[in-house]
Design a protein around this ligand. Structure first.
Ligand SMILES: *Cc1c(COP(=O)(O)O)cnc(C)c1O
Length: 407
C-alpha cells in the first residue's frame, strides 16, 4: 500500500498538463521574444497561458505576471509593493500565521526600515478584520494575508479585510493575497476578493514545479525585482519558462472547472479521516472547524512527536507531514500553532494529512483504516516509554521529576 496524503506540500503533475508541456520541451523550443517562426509559436503559447490563467482569476491577461513559483510571485508582490509605496509610508500589516514565503520577504524589508506588524490570530488561526482595521494608519502601504493556511487549513476573511482597508485605510494601501494553498480548492476570483495582488503556484494544483503567477491589478505600480530584458511587460525579466507556463495554464483551467466537485468530494473524505483520527484518545483537531480547506485534516496528538509518527506512517507507505514542508528539519515547533495558543509541547504533536484531487476513494478507505491505528500505536508506545523511564528513574532514586518534565 502506498498513499500520498501530502498534497499541501506538492501535487503530482496531471497528465493533461504534462502532455501540453511536452512540445515546448521538445521541438517547440523557441524564445518567445524572437521574431521568427520558432519565437512566434512560443509567444502564442505564452499569450494563451496568460489568457487561461487570467480567466481562472477573473482578470485580464495583462494583469498576470508569470513567475518561477509561489515564492517568487510573493517576493515580487511584497517587495515590489513596499518599495513602490515607500514615499507614502513604511508600515506593513500581516498576520502571525503566514507562510515563510510571506514572512521572510517581509523580515528582509524590515532591514531597510519598513515596519512590519504581525497581527494575532484566534484559537482557530483566524485573524479578526476589526484588528486589521484598527492597525491601519496613514502610513500603512501594504496588507499581506494568506487566503488559506497551509498547515491547519484555516481560511481568512480576505474579502472582508479588503473592504476594511478600502473603507478605513489610506489611499494607495495595497492588499496582497497568498492564494498558493487555496487556489485549487476555493474560488480565487480577484474581483470578488477585491485584492490588488494575488499569488498562485502551479505545483499546488497539479501543474509543474517552478511555475507560478502573480495577479497585479491594472494601474497598480510595483517595483520589479528582476532586472534584465523586457519580458512580462518589464515586470519580470528573464526568458520565460514556456513549458512551465503552458502546463500551469492547463492545470489551472482544469482545477477551476473541477473545483467544486473536487472540494465536495474531499470535504467528505477529510471529515471521515478527521473523525477517525479524533476518535483516538488524546487526538484533537486543529484549525477552523468550518472555514477551512476541504481536503486538509490537521490534528494534534498529545504526548507524541509528530515527526516520529510521520516516520512510522512512511514505513507503512503513507506520506503525511507535521506541517509546512518548507520548515521540516527545523527543531522549532510550528509558528502557526504557537500563534494559535498551543504550548510548545502540544505543538510538537502536530500532524497534517492533505488530500488532493488525485486521492482515490479506495485510498481514503485505506487511510481511514490505517492512519488512526498507527497514531494510536505511537501514542501507546510513547506512553509505555514514558512510564518505563519514570519507573526506572524513580527506582534509581535520581531526578524523577526532571525525567518526567523533560520528556
Ligand atoms: C507552497 C506555498 C508557498 C510557496 O510556493 P512555491 O511555489 O513552493 O515557492 C507559499 N505560500 C503557501 C501558502 C504555500 O502553500
Amino acid at each position: 500500500m502506498s498513499i500520498y496524503l501530502d498534497h499541501a506540500a506538492t501535487t503530482p503533475l496531471r497528465r493533461e498538463a504534462l502532455e501540453a508541456m511536452l512540445p515546448y520541451l521538445g521541438e517547440q523550443f523557441g524564445n518567445p521574444s524572437s521574431p521568427h517562426a520558432w519565437g512566434r509559436r512560443a509567444r502564442a503559447a505564452l499569450d494563451e497561458a496568460h489568457e487561461r490563467i487570467a480567466a481562472g482569476l477573473g482578470c485580464g491577461p495583462r494583469e498576470v505576471v508569470i513567475t518561477s513559483g509561489g515564492t517568487e510571485a510573493l517576493n515580487l508582490a511584497l517587495k515590489g509593493a513596499a518599495w513602490a509605496g515607500k514615499a507614502r509610508g513604511h508600515r506593513i500589516l500581516t498576520t502571525k500565521v503566514e507562510h515563510h514565503a510571506v514572512f521572510h520577504p517581509l523580515q528582509h524589508l524590515e532591514k531597510f526600515g519598513f515596519e512590519v506588524v504581525e497581527l494575532p490570530v484566534d484559537r482557530y488561526g483566524r485573524v479578526d478584520s476589526d484588528e486589521v482595521e484598527a492597525a491601519l494608519t496613514e502610513r500603512t502601504i501594504l496588507v499581506a494575508i494568506g487566503h488559506a493556511n497551509n498547515e491547519v487549513g484555516t481560511v481568512q476573511p480576505v474579502a472582508e479585510i479588503v473592504r476594511r482597508v478600502r473603507a478605513s485605510g489610506p489611499k494607495g494601501c495595497l492588499v496582497a493575497v497568498d492564494a498558493v494553498a487555496s487556489a485549487a480548492y476555493l474560488p480565487v476570483d480577484v474581483t470578488a476578493l477585491g485584492c490588488d495582488l494575488l499569488a498562485i503556484a502551479a505545483h499546488k494544483f497539479e501543474g509543474p514545479k517552478g511555475a507560478g503567477a502573480l495577479y497585479l491589478r491594472a494601474g497598480t505600480h510595483i517595483l520589479g525585482q528582476l532586472q534584465g530584458g523586457t519580458q512580462e511587460r518589464y515586470r519580470r525579466a528573464g526568458t520565460e519558462n514556456v513549458a512551465g507556463a503552458v502546463g500551469m495554464a492547463v492545470a489551472f483551467d482544469l482545477a477551476v472547472a473541477e473545483r467544486e466537485a473536487t472540494a465536495r468530494r474531499l470535504r467528505r473524505a477529510r471529515e471521515r479521516l478527521t473523525a477517525a483520527l479524533t476518535a483516538v484518545e488524546g487526538v484533537e483537531p486543529t484549525g477552523h472547524p468550518k472555514n477551512r480547506l476541504p481536503g486538509l485534516a490537521s490534528v494534534i496528538a498529545r504526548e507524541v512527536e509528530g515527526a516520529s509518527v510521520v516516520v512510522k506512517l512512511d514505513l507503512e507507505g503513507v506520506a503525511a507531514s507535521v506541517g509546512s514542508a518548507c520548515t521540516t528539519g527545523s527543531a522549532e515547533p510550528s509558528h502557526v500553532l504557537t500563534a494559535m495558543g498551543y504550548p510548545e509541547e502540544e505543538a510538537r504533536g502536530a500532524l497534517r494529512f492533505s488530500l488532493g484531487r488525485a486521492t482515490t476513494d479506495a485510498e481514503i478507505d485505506e487511510a481511514v483504516d490505517t492512519v488512526p491505528r498507527i497514531v494510536a500505536a505511537s501514542r501507546a508506545a510513547a506512553a509505555a516509554l514514558a512510564a518505563e523511564r519514570a519507573s526506572t528513574t524513580v527506582g534509581a532514586g535520581v531526578e524523577a521529576g526532571s525525567a518526567v518534565a523533560g520528556r
